[in-house]
Design a protein around this ligand. Structure first.
Ligand code: PLP
Length: 350
């Protein structure tokens, strides 16, 4: 028997997430994974690595609760927000029975995580304005345990209307959890839904240190929810999910000095985003969609040709499934300038 045939049927047939890293490429300018251009320095202590870590280190939970203005019992930390997605599916969805609902175009991991666990997926597309189609969601709620929405949405960059999220929470009360993915919320903190947790027992908010906090390589994320939900997730999480050095670094990033640095870097990236938005917006035939995260979705006359020309020139961006659209992560000012200059040249609009 071939090893392949020993694997679960679902796993044999699975197409893994096409992460920016897996797609490869070689270049000098990497604007394809919504990473921060800043590499900050941290101190790591190695004097207690002989001991297991705590499942949910108090100093980390307290620091994030303080940052997010929620109570510590409303916080769970995990290996990135991606693990939060997986824990929710494992804790709330019965395989081959329950479903998750998500609203494309959006982040790919909701569907992939569900498929991995034999949980069915229902895709209810966003409207033309990339907002929630509440009627269509309502019509498809049968058997749905988790509704994933993303705001700012990846890859479109827009925010979901707060009223629509409230309607969705009301509509699903007692039936399903609404998971609001706020991976990019630190770029527009006033738009958070975390302040609605006390009002809605079925609200879950996903957060991460990967984007604004410039710690994609650290793998540290958070799930914010009411204590009942957190207790259930703790039943399925691994016994030692947070490596000791991860806690050390995350606590430094969430200290007053770390938060001040992040705020400063967010301002810097936002200024670069405005620069790129204005520069690309001037070009004929180019549409730049308003973005609230550290990336912009941009429509070009021939996105494939442009994407490939950029790729060959060592500027690695991300092709979006939306017709003729490319997602551009906001890098340093120098990276934004070089990218804009090359695009202008390619479009013959110097
Ligand atoms: C990057 C991203 C994540 C994953 O964050 P990690 O904490 O790095 O796992 C989740 N959701 C969205 C929308 C993202 O863009």
């Amino acid at each position: 028997m071939k090893i392949d045939q020993l694997a679960r049927k679902t796993v044999r047939e699975l197409t893994p997430y096409q992460s920016a890293r897996r797609l490869g490429g070689s270049g000098d300018i990497w604007l394809n994974a919504n990473e921060s251009p800043f590499a900050n320095e941290y101190n790591i202590k190695c004097d207690r690595l002989n001991r297991y870590s705590t499942c949910q280190p108090t100093e980390l939970i307290d620091a994030y609760a303080d940052y997010a203005s929620v109570r510590p019992e409303q916080v769970l930390t995990s290996r990135g927000a991606d693990e939060g997605i997986e824990l929710l599916i494992r804790a709330f969805c019965e395989p081959n029975q329950d479903s998750i609902l998500y609203c494309p175009p959006t982040y790919g991991m909701y569907a992939i995580s569900a498929e991995t666990f034999d949980v069915a997926t229902k895709a209810v597309p966003l409207t033309e304005e990339w907002q929630l189609d509440l009627d269509a969601i309502h019509a498809n709620l049968g058997g749905v345990k988790l509704v994933f929405v993303c705001s700012p949405n990846n890859p479109t960059g827009n925010l979901l209307n707060r009223q629509d999220i409230e309607s969705l929470l009301d509509m699903t009360q007692g039936q399903a959890l609404v998971v609001v993915d706020e991976a990019y919320i630190d770029f527009c903190p006033e738009a958070t839904t975390a302040n609605m947790l006390d009002q809605y027992p079925n609200l879950v908010v996903l957060r991460t240190l990967s984007k604004a906090f410039a710690l994609a390589g650290l793998r540290c994320g958070f799930t914010l929810a009411n204590a009942e939900v957190i207790e259930l997730l703790l039943k399925v999480i691994a016994p030692y999910p947070v490596p000791v050095p991860v806690t050390d670094i995350a606590v430094q990033a969430l200290s007053p000095a770390g938060r001040a640095k992040t705020k400063f870097q967010v301002l810097d990236i936002s200024a670069n985003r405005a620069y790129l938005q204005a520069g690309l917006g001037m070009l004929d035939g180019v549409t730049v969609y308003e973005g609230y995260g550290n990336y912009l979705l941009v429509k070009f006359p021939d996105a494939d040709a442009l994407f490939n020309a950029l790729w060959d020139h060592g500027i690695i961006l991300r092709r979006s499934p939306i017709e003729n659209c490319i997602r551009i992560s906001i890098g340093s000012r120098d990276e934004c300038e070089k990218t804009l200059a090359f695009i202008r040249e390619q479009l013959g609009q110097n």
